[in-house]
Design a protein around this ligand. Sequence first.
Ligand SMILES: [Zn+2]
Length: 58
Amino acid sequence: MKPKDVIEVEDRSVGCDGGGGSLGHPLVYLTMNEENKAECPYCGQIFVLKEGAKAAAH
Ligand SMILES: [Zn+2]
């Protein structure tokens, strides 16, 4: 099974609407976990923090 494409974002908060259209879903906002990764519970889209983006305070 081919994994979905990972989307790189520059912020630890990201909104996902499933890409819109018939495959879309209501807009939800996700917050990344400690691994700088978030998965949309609706469509399973994976988001990761872009390398070089500002790091969260430790
Ligand atoms: Zn989604």
